[in-house]
Structures are given as structure tokens and as C-alpha cells.
Write a protein that binds this ligand. Structure first.
Ligand code: ATP
Ligand code: MG
Length: 305
């Protein structure tokens, strides 16, 4: 298996059964990480992530600094900005994927339901099950459609065929792929179209019942029809999941997201060092109609980037 494929069908912890994640109000789990309960009717959505003064360094080079934002439950949050401003770097902080990169160091605070995700007693494998990831390029395993989706649940110790059948069907329905593949579940996932493969990767991510789905430019390899399908799917998924998406497509950010974070690159006049920074974070409507910072305005109106 290529290394990148291990991360969105993350090895779930054997002591935390996939089915057990259903009960979001009572499931205390590993390393002090617990789920927050759902919002009472009318109450503001709970904060899922609370990020303060986050910086990421690669072997001493500060790639991005000063990130402060919070993410509300069931929101879609978009990260936009020019190439190299640190969108992927920051996204990877949300499920500790930077742990897997030699020389990467995260500073500052990133809390998930009030718990420091980087605390010593937090299990990164559990973090990556709770917070799944879908990559830019669809990366199905060279296995059947069924096995792709059943992979994570099997790692979590689920063996009964009836149970796996149910999980696979639910995940494929959840990613709006079921009707297209229900008669060919035993066929290779590599025979699917690009858009279908990306929806399969989304099914694989949701099969382990995460709370959050991180998506790094999930539509950049897709045609406009498949892109629209994924955007519709995101709208459906947000009832159950909190989503953070990196996108270069500003129309996409404007169409799908509730809040948008605009990142830019600050170039040090003396050293020439390029450091990404969060310029502005607000409701998507405001970012695209009345941004507070002129750099945001230049970017969203196409004058820069
Ligand atoms: N694994 C890595 N090792 C060293 N430096 C890295 C690594 N990943 C990213 N960087 C550096 O960190 C900075 C931010 O990169 P990042 O990939 O987060 O940007 P991005 O906003 O996602 O760009 P793009 O829009 O091109 O995907 C860049 O200067 C990049 O070269
Ligand atoms: Mg990127």
C-alpha cells in the first residue's frame, strides 16, 4: 500500500469499536479525548476546533504562523489562498498528519472539543479515526470496492459479514455512490471513474464514523460534473459531519462553505523568508462581499494569486 493511503482509512484503535462511536454524548475514549454532545435545539453549534497562535515549522523553516480560528460543528470551513501559503500544512495539523513528516514541528494550541490534540496522552491513531482525511487525488486501494470501504472497520476488529455488509452499504449510501456500485461491489475500485473513486474515498473515510472530514482539494482532479456531485455530497454530509476543505476554486468555496479562512504569504524584506499567515477568517458571505483586509479583497476579486 502506498504510504499516503494509510491515512484516510486510518487504522482505528482496536479498543474503540467503530460502532461505539455512534453514541456521541457518552463515549469517553483514549487519551482523554471525549466527544462533545450535540447542540440543544436553537443553541449555537458547539465549537469543534479552537486554534490559537498555531505555527508549523519544517526543519526550522517557519512555513506558517499565527493561525487563530475556531470551527463550529456541522459547518463547512474553506481554506483558500495562493500556492505555498500553508493551507495543506495547516489542514494536516487538524488530524496530526504532520507527525508523519520528518522535521515537522507544530507550535501553539489546537484544541478538539477543548482537549489539546497535541497533549502527550492523546493517541494520534485515535485522532485520525475521529478526524478523517480525503486527498487531492483519489487514492483507492487496489482492492475491490467492498474491501476499500470495509478496510477501516476490519482494522477496528469488525469481522461479522452481516455487520460489514451493513457498514459498507451505509458508507456508500452516505457518499452517494451506492446506486452506481451496488451490483459490482466485488469489482476492482480502480475500474471506477475519477469522480466515483473520490466518492469511494469519502465512503472509506466515513466508514470508520469520523466526526470531522478534512479534504485537501478533493475536486482538483475531477471534471465539472463530478465536482458538482462532490459539492452536493458535502452539503448532504454536513448534517452529520464537520468538514474543512482546502480549495483553489473560489467559486467552490463561495458555494459550499459557511466560513472561509484566507491565507497569504508574507515575504520578509530582509531575509526573503516566505511565511504563510492567516489574513482573515469570517463568514464566507462576508469574505466574498465585504472582506476586512485589502489582501483578501485583492485575492477574491482576482487581482492577486
Ligand atoms: N513536507 C514538507 N517539508 C518541507 N517543507 C514543506 C513540506 N510541506 C510543505 N512545505 C513548505 O511549507 C510551505 C507551505 O506549503 P503547503 O503545501 O502547506 O502550501 P499550500 O498552501 O497547501 O500550497 P498549494 O496551494 O500549492 O497546495 C511551502 O513553503 C512548502 O514548501
Ligand atoms: Mg496544498
Amino acid at each position: 500500500m502506498p504510504p499516503e493511503t494509510t491515512t484516510d482509512a486510518v487504522p482505528a484503535s482496536p479498543v474503540d469499536e467503530v460502532a461505539g462511536a455512534d453514541d456521541v454524548t457518552t463515549a469517553p475514549t483514549l487519551g482523554g479525548l471525549t466527544h462533545a454532545g450535540a447542540a440543544a435545539d436553537g443553541a449555537p453549534a458547539p465549537t469543534v476546533f479552537d486554534v490559537t497562535d498555531l505555527s508549523v515549522l519544517y526543519s526550522g523553516f517557519r512555513a506558517v504562523r499565527g493561525v487563530k480560528l475556531d470551527v463550529a460543528k456541522n459547518d463547512i470551513t474553506a481554506f483558500i489562498g495562493p500556492s505555498g501559503c500553508g493551507k495543506t500544512t495547516v489542514l494536516r495539523c487538524f488530524n496530526r498528519m504532520n507527525d508523519l513528516i520528518d522535521g515537522a514541528k507544530v507550535e501553539g494550541s489546537l484544541k478538539f472539543h477543548g482537549v489539546d490534540l497535541y497533549a502527550k496522552d492523546v493517541n494520534p491513531v485515535e485522532v485520525r479515526r475521529r478526524i478523517g482525511m480525503v486527498f487531492q487525488k483519489p487514492n483507492p486501494f487496489p482492492k475491490s470496492i467492498f474491501e476499500n470501504v470495509a478496510y477501516g472497520p476490519k482494522l477496528a476488529g469488525i469481522r461479522k459479514k452481516a455487520e460489514l455488509d451493513e457498514i459498507v452499504e451505509q458508507a456508500l449510501r452516505g457518499s452517494a455512490l451506492w446506486d452506481e456500485v451496488k451490483d459490482r461491489l466485488g469489482k476492482s475500485a480502480l475500474g471506477l471513474s475519477g469522480g466515483q473513486q473520490q466518492r469511494l474515498c469519502i465512503a472509506r473515510a466515513i466508514a470508520v464514523r469520523p466526526e470531522v472530514i478534512l479534504m485537501d482539494e478533493p475536486c482538483s482532479a475531477l471534471d465539472p460534473v463530478a465536482t458538482l456531485r462532490i459539492e452536493q455530497l458535502m452539503q448532504e454530509l454536513k448534517d452529520e459531519y464537520t468538514i474543512i476543505i482546502v480549495t483553489h476554486n473560489m467559486q467552490q468555496a463561495a458555494r459550499v462553505s459557511d466560513r472561509t479562512a484566507f491565507f497569504s504569504v508574507d515575504v520578509d524584506a530582509t531575509s526573503g523568508d516566505r511565511t504563510g499567515e492567516l489574513v482573515e477568517y469570517d463568514r464566507t458571505e462576508k469574505i466574498f462581499s465585504q472582506p476586512s483586509d485589502s489582501r483578501t479583497e485583492d485575492y477574491v476579486t482576482g487581482r492577486f494569486g
